[in-house]
Design a protein around this ligand. Structure first.
Ligand code: ZN
Length: 376
């Protein structure tokens, strides 16, 4: 018998894997009733059973005896393509959110991460355009082009992570507040332009739909899109750009000024009345013909934005002899699970297992990490 077994962790791990009790029981060769007893805490599994659960659920044995995880609830998060996304995928994505929280707690014991400086505006007090304008003012951005959206939000305290690669087919980015800290999990398979737009869309949720007003439904999604467009393409800047009734070719040439997709610029021109309904429709049609519906054929080689903060964090930890494998062990997950959070965001940190001594002692000083929002 295992005295230190944590029943909540088993339920979490099972949901993360998208398995029913019956399916998991079959996989580890026990009766579904036994599994129910393990999960409701009636009695713990044997060490042998825990070893089998560990294999079936792709988590180390130690995972099942640690403190219960802080879990992100489905209704605290806005998923864009919920209708297309099964509950199984959603639970897996939410599990990534819980691991992100664990990792941030671990990091905050060792380093000073950027201070959270993301306001929340009461809904109704500010429409998306006003909210975007207000935030640009608060962050002293004027009408300047957003050089790097990921760096910008990281510099203001958003903890940015990645969705596991296996979920990127059907899960979009999502964000949530957790104990006063904003989190974003990005789909890093998107194009350079679309990833930037996603960052600003999620920022819109965090700012406008804060933790008191949970983002849900189509209307909130449209608000977040409008916020993203307004933040990346300020109205005054668009109006001054000489794009009245711009067609597809002109849009494609102009979009680089804001590093947005051709479609996003086309929508923005239309919603600001710079183009007529007729031009808007024909430009959309033409852009589709040119391949701009799902990507940016003229700019496919531009690398996606990556995390500056995580790169620095892992660099600093490496200097102290702390390898990604040590961090994963501290979090009671496999290194691959840690890698899932960094996929496409950190280029070098986790690729090598590291040769140095594994000293994961907590240093008495916690160095502060700064992110330069202007850096590219
Ligand atoms: Zn959304």
């Amino acid at each position: 018998m295992n005295e230190s077994f944590t029943p909540e962790r088993l339920t979490f791990a099972r949901n993360r894997a998208g398995l029913t009790r019956v399916a998991l029981a079959r996989e580890v060769g026990v009766a579904p009733r036994s599994l129910a007893y393990w999960e409701d805490g009636t009695h713990p599994p044997s060490d042998d059973s825990i070893a089998q659960l560990s294999t079936a659920l792709d988590l180390p044995v130690s995972f099942f005896s640690a403190e219960p995880l802080e879990e992100v609830q489905a209704d605290a998060v806005s998923f864009r393509a919920l209708s297309k996304m099964s509950a199984v995928r959603r639970d897996a994505a939410l599990a990534s959110g819980a691991f992100a929280i664990e990792l941030v707690h671990w990091l905050e014991e060792r380093l000073h991460l950027p201070v959270v400086d993301v306001p929340t505006y009461a809904r109704g007090a500010a429409d998306p355009d006003t909210a975007a304008q207000r935030l640009r003012l608060e962050w002293e951005l004027g009408y300047a082009r957003i050089k790097n959206a990921v760096h910008l939000v990281e510099a203001h305290g958003v903890r940015v992570f990645s969705l596991p690669e296996r979920l990127t087919e059907d899960v979009d980015a999502f964000s949530f507040w957790w104990q006063g800290t904003p989190y974003m999990l990005l789909n890093t398979r998107k194009s350079y332009e679309r990833l930037r737009f996603d960052v600003m869309h999620e920022l819109g949720h965090l700012v406008m739909h804060g933790d008191y007003d949970l983002p849900r439904g189509r209307e909130r999604e449209q608000e977040a899109n409008r916020f993203a467009a307004a933040f990346l393409m300020p109205e005054a800047d668009i109006l001054a750009a000489g794009l009245r009734n711009a067609g597809a070719e002109k849009v494609v040439a102009a979009k680089h000024r804001w590093s947005v997709s051709a479609m996003a610029l086309t929508h923005r021109l239309h919603e600001l009345g710079v183009t007529t309904d007729w031009t808007y429709t024909s430009t959309c049609r033409r852009l589709s013909q040119l391949g701009y519906r799902s990507g940016e054929p003229d700019n496919a080689a531009t690398p996606r934005e990556a995390s500056q903060l995580l790169e620095k964090v892992f660099g600093m930890l490496r200097e102290r002899g702390i390898r990604p494998a040590d961090i994963a062990a501290s979090l009671h997950v496999h290194p691959s699970t840690l890698n899932d959070l960094l996929f496409g965001l950190v280029l070098t940190a986790t690729t090598s297992a590291g040769q140095g001594p594994a000293t994961s002692t907590v240093s008495s000083t916690r160095p502060a990490l700064r992110v330069l929002p202007g850096a590219n």
